[in-house]
Design a protein around this ligand. Sequence first.
Ligand code: AMP
Length: 441
Amino acid sequence: MKFEDLNLISQLQQALADEGYEAPTPIQQQAIPIIIDGKDLVGCAQTGTGKTAAFAIPIINNLHPIVGAAKKVKYIRTLVVTPTRELALQIATNFDAYAKYTNIRTLTIFGGVNQNPQVDQLKKGVDVLVATPGRLLDLHKQGFINLDHMHHLVLDEADQMLDMGFINDVKKIIKLTPDNRQTLLFSATMPLPIRELADSFLTKPEYVSVTPISSTAEKVKQHMYLVGKEDKRKLLYHLIRNENLNNVLIFTRTKHGADNVVKALKKHGVESGAIHGDKSQSARQRVLDAFKNKEIPALVATDIAARGIDIESLPYVINFDLPNIPETYVHRIGRTGRAGNSGLAISFCGRDELPYLKDIEKLIGQKIKVIDGHPYPYSDEVKPEGAKPDFRNKKKNPNNNKPGGGSVSNNNSGARSGKSKPGNSNSRKSAESKKNKKRWY
Ligand code: AMP
């Protein structure tokens, strides 16, 4: 299928050609005709599938005749609600690019920054408003947002909004919009509260779905390192240096964890930057630009901040912490191996994270290769009174200084259960230490 087959206005066709888009992606092929038809839609698709264009293209197509000439008074005709400012900015950038030959104006509003410039822009009038839930409700309450003329409501990354505790805000927002709106809901996963949201607020929606969440994992090479919690930073540095990893996106579970990783890497002379909710918008943008321009080799992000980062063809993703929600693992590793490129996803799993690993493998339906023989495995050793945690790393492993720092295990069972394999030095040590069951890590 080609874009010409979708009966789009010429202004859109030209803009898409300028973007270098040759053909609609599967989610676009399915969703565009439904949305142009004015039907409600539930789209199960994640970032990287072209889902933003899947709703932006038909919306622009339908808005263009309504918005008309430049001088016409503007009303908010389309509202896109999305969980993070990064996503909001990304969506608005896409709308701007696709609508560049029309008079459609897009504005992004999000919290954490002064509201005045946003209010000034709202007063001038916009056709498409892309917003995070909190700031939207706030400015609506202050009387700066009129949704009475709205045609399209898009709820983007609905599952993430649920995870972030925005579900009640989302419900409040829906109630502020006209009943005869067209509603489009996009979500990478469909947990029950999202299905309930769709049932309550959408009218006879059509359902479209691309690449079920668990299948993304098949394209990406995945390696798992079972590592002592306190040794993760050392292993990270070891891999970046010995494997010569450049352009690495590192995920941590917490903001604090992200900052710590940046500090630890800096100590070893590896420059990186963190993006998370406590960083100002300009700080995030600076770091992101430095990473995109390859001025820094590593970017450290929390899951929430990483949503909406649009970086093509990332070669490496490292899960410094394993996420407790298995779908998040698939989201994370989906950052690499995009658009047919190969990618490597490296994960660190501490002993306390083994249950998460089990859940992830269940979701993706495959065992992840465990890399054995790296310098920082966890073991059943017992810490002698007063010993420093580092004592066990000395001369532990013949592969210690080899580039790559490990070999692939074909038999994961021992490592996963936390038991060392027969015959290696760890198992001997662990046998010796079994008398004293108390673990020191
Ligand atoms: P998204 O899933 O919306 O985050 O889109 C992922 C990336 O795919 C973005 O960089 C888009 O610019 C790009 N994209 C979207 N649609 C197409 C298309 N039909 N052809 C090529 N690239 C596309």
